[in-house]
Design a protein around this ligand. Structure first.
Ligand code: PMP
Length: 402
């Protein structure tokens, strides 16, 4: 049989592929392809903060001692790095964390995937904040979960969550980005963190605290995590070192450690040993992380200030937004119920991009919302970007698209 004689019938794809959606940021990047735009869309850390020279030096030094860092490592992660993370988490939580509770993952994104593998059957319920991190919504949907969104940052929202939990038999996960959130920039206060943890415990759910921006506070220190022994904490080196480390971690309660290690093993046999050793060498150097974080905060604070003051002075003062005290994002609502997806098309023509808010909602999107990132754009460009955005908004107001 020749290749061309091969049968033309293709196998059916798995039913979960029905849930595959285009990435919201990816769609914006495609739309802006070939246009010279000021990017207020991508939520990446600033390349100026990557420690590429130190990375190169440590890598060279490690490899000059032989090829051992190139072998397979432990599926749960490099023991020294797990211990370093456990010590840091203990300090943040104010209670001991055992290194055995720490699992290293390929970015925190893989942590979400592994957690869902361990916890979700199709039809199980995941409660999320409203709006919520789009990358997490994507994973929950792929596991065919029923995703229910409730604003979690208020007493009223938590009352609603409690009422929902009290009648929902299939609730498994409550997912929240507690500090300088993606996409809203909002931070849960201590009382709401504690109540969330108590609700999760009472109704037999796992509270997942995805906390990548915790160290990036510009004018406040993040409140302590709820410190619930039954919660899962997620962290990452992506925002404080560089995303290509693809090094995230989970801190999990004992009932999940072995299961998650086995799923990690089945998924990829473990993270790159070389990368873990380099990252460990870097972060255990006294003062290394503190100095870098100080510099990064300075850079991001300047960009945040540029964005909020430009926004405050534009849109005839009618744009609703909250000033974030850390992280990478400003969440805004357009005046007069204008549609952010329509604005994006006009904005790209003017030379600026952002992400419409729609994709950040698990249900019933608010089409007039948008996410603006300030992390990887220079302050001068941010000011020009907002001027372009306002021009696009005026154009849209004068000639609305049908
Ligand atoms: N969670 C949140 C809230 C994020 O904003 C991001 C990055 N956009 C991630 C997880 C994924 O990060 P990582 O690079 O560690 O996979």
């Amino acid at each position: 049989m020749t290749f061309t004689d091969a049968p033309s019938r293709l196998p059916a794809l798995a039913s979960r592929t029905d849930q595959l959606a285009d990435s919201a940021v990816g769609a914006v990047l495609r739309l802006t392809d070939g246009h010279d735009v000021i990017a207020l869309a991508a939520g990446s850390p600033a390349p100026e903060t990557y420690c590429h020279q130190e990375f190169a030096d440590v890598t060279t030094r490690l490899l000059s001692q032989g090829g051992l860092p190139l072998r397979y490592g432990d599926a749960s992660g490099l023991p020294e790095l797990r211990s370093w993370i456990a010590a840091r988490e203990s300090a943040g939580l104010g209670r001991p964390v055992d290194a055995g509770q720490v699992l290293l993952t390929h970015g925190s994104q893989q942590g979400l995937d592994l957690l869902c593998k361990a916890l979700l059957d199709p039809g199980d319920v995941v409660f999320v904040d409203r709006p919520s991190y789009v990358g997490a919504l994507q994973v929950f949907r792929l596991f065919q979960a029923r995703v229910v969104d409730i604003p979690l940052g208020s007493d009223e929202g938590l009352d609603r969550l409690e009422a929902a939990l009290s009648v929902e038999e299939r609730a498994k996960i409550i997912y929240v980005v507690p500090t300088f959130a993606n996409p809203t920039g909002a931070t849960l206060d201590t009382a709401h963190r504690r109540r969330l943890a108590a609700l999760a415990q009472r109704y037999g759910c796992v509270l997942v605290e995805d906390d990548p921006y915790r160290d990036l506070g510009y004018d406040t220190v993040a409140p302590r995590p709820a410190a619930a022994a039954s919660a899962v904490r997620m962290g990452t080196f992506s925002k404080v070192l560089f995303p290509a480390a693809r090094l995230g971690h989970l801190v999990v309660p004992p009932f999940l450690t072995d299961v998650l290690m086995k799923f990690k093993q089945a998924a990829d046999l473990g993270n790159s040993l070389l990368m873990q050793q380099v990252v460990h060498e870097l972060v255990q150097e006294p003062g290394f992380l503190a100095t870098r974080l100080e510099r990064s905060r300075h850079l991001y604070r300047k960009r945040r200030d540029a964005l909020v003051s430009a926004l405050a002075g534009s849109f005839e003062g009618a744009l609703e937004f909250a000033v974030p005290h850390g992280g990478f994002f400003v969440w805004a609502r357009l005046p007069g119920g204008a549609d952010a997806t329509e604005l994006l098309a006009a904005a790209v023509e003017e030379g600026v991009s952002f992400v419409p808010g729609t994709d950040f909602y698990a249900t019933e999107p608010d089409p007039s919302t948008l996410r603006l990132s300030f992390s990887c754009t220079r302050a001068e460009d941010i000011v020009e970007g907002v001027a372009r955005l306002e021009r696009a908004w005026r154009t849209l107001r004068e000639e609305p698209r049908s």
